[in-house]
Design a protein around this ligand. Structure first.
Ligand SMILES: NC(=O)c1ccc[n+]([C@@H]2O[C@H](COP(=O)([O-])OP(=O)(O)OC[C@H]3O[C@@H](n4cnc5c(N)ncnc54)[C@H](OP(=O)(O)O)[C@@H]3O)[C@@H](O)[C@H]2O)c1
Length: 281
């Protein structure tokens, strides 16, 4: 006898990351069975080891896909095509893909999903606010100095809480199939403005330095950042941050019927969490 589809878990790839863990929480809060896709779980899931893909997918009803390190890297589109085919073969009936804006390889990966024959939703996002508190900028913030190869280009940072709300809706409700949600915050600010807002909220000095790409690469190497991630960040900062993504879009409103959280909302909530522990002399 077939098991009740309601008993089958939702697979959340990247379920320990910025968006995935928020989606896992929402599913668990609603008593929906979840399988966390992570290298540390059993069954484990590793993008670099294809033998783990099928065991992670087997017996699940739908999946959220957060690729690593980024859908913009070479091979991402092929990985998404192959992963979707395995999902389809295993009877997974819905895939929700996290994507990025203005990146050719990411858009190729989206097309692979669209062509896969599985019910799909694409959540194409701007830069996450949480890069300042859970990503590689946290250390810089806590050392009181943010150094990036970006000048005045503005970005409509999106809150990972909004991404999780939309992903949760797409995984659990009807009406999001075949939709591509272009998701940003409602207004754009520069990285220096973002840094100043964080500094203001915690009452500390944080200096913003606009550095050269060469100096940035040197800094990443010194921090022993993996080469693949360095290459991705260099491409991101030399090509994608050219102003193409400055406009804001209405994906959150379309999917949820309300406005996204603002950068100020994010800063207020994060400052209260105590994660920014910068100690000025
Ligand atoms: N950050 C942004 O601003 C932004 C904006 C738009 C789109 N995106 C997209 O979001 C995705 C995630 O990016 P993120 O930087 O925010 O990371 P994140 O979600 O914080 O990523 C870390 C996650 O990746 C998993 N992971 C790392 N290596 C893995 C591997 N080899 N196989 C399977 N899982 C692996 C980790 O799981 P374990 O360590 O538990 O295995 C963890 O759950 C990317 O596809 C990116 O294109 C990010």
């Amino acid at each position: 006898m077939d098991s009740n589809p309601e008993d089958k878990p939702v697979l959340v790839i990247g379920g320990t990351g910025k968006t995935g863990r928020r989606i896992v929480k929402r599913l668990r809060d609603h008593h929906i069975p979840v399988r966390v896709g992570s290298r540390k779980e059993n069954p484990s899931f590793n993008w670099e080891d294809r033998t783990t893909w099928e065991s992670a997918l087997r017996g699940t009803k739908s999946a959220y896909i957060s690729y690593y390190p980024d859908l913009a890297v070479e091979n991402a589109a092929k990985d998404i095509a192959d992963f979707s085919a395995i999902a389809r073969k295993n009877g997974v009936n819905r895939l929700v893909l996290l994507s990025g804006r203005g990146e050719e390889e990411a858009q190729n990966a989206e097309n692979m999903l669209i062509k896969s024959g599985v019910e799909w939703t694409i959540i194409r996002c701007s830069w996450f606010c949480q890069n300042f508190s859970e990503g590689f900028l946290l250390d810089q913030i806590n050392h009181g100095e943010v150094s990036l190869p970006i000048g005045d280009v503005k970005e409509p940072f999106i809150d990972a809480e909004d991404i999780a709300d939309v992903a949760f809706a797409a995984l659990t409700e009807q009406g999001h199939e075949g939709k591509l949600y272009e998701m940003t915050g409602s207004s754009s600010i520069s990285f220096e403005e973002a840094t100043n807002k964080i500094a203001g909220a915690i009452g500390k000095d944080i200096k913003y330095n606009h550095i050269s790409i060469e100096k940035f690469e040197e800094m990443l190497k010194k921090d022993q950042t993996p080469r693949v991630y360095i290459d991705f960040l260099i491409e991101l900062f030399t090509q994608v941050f050219d102003g193409r993504n400055t406009n804001s879009e209405v994906g959150v409103q379309e999917a949820l019927g309300h406005k996204p959280r603002s950068f100020d909302d994010y800063v207020r909530a994060t400052a209260e969490s105590g994660i920014w522990t910068i100690q000025n002399a």
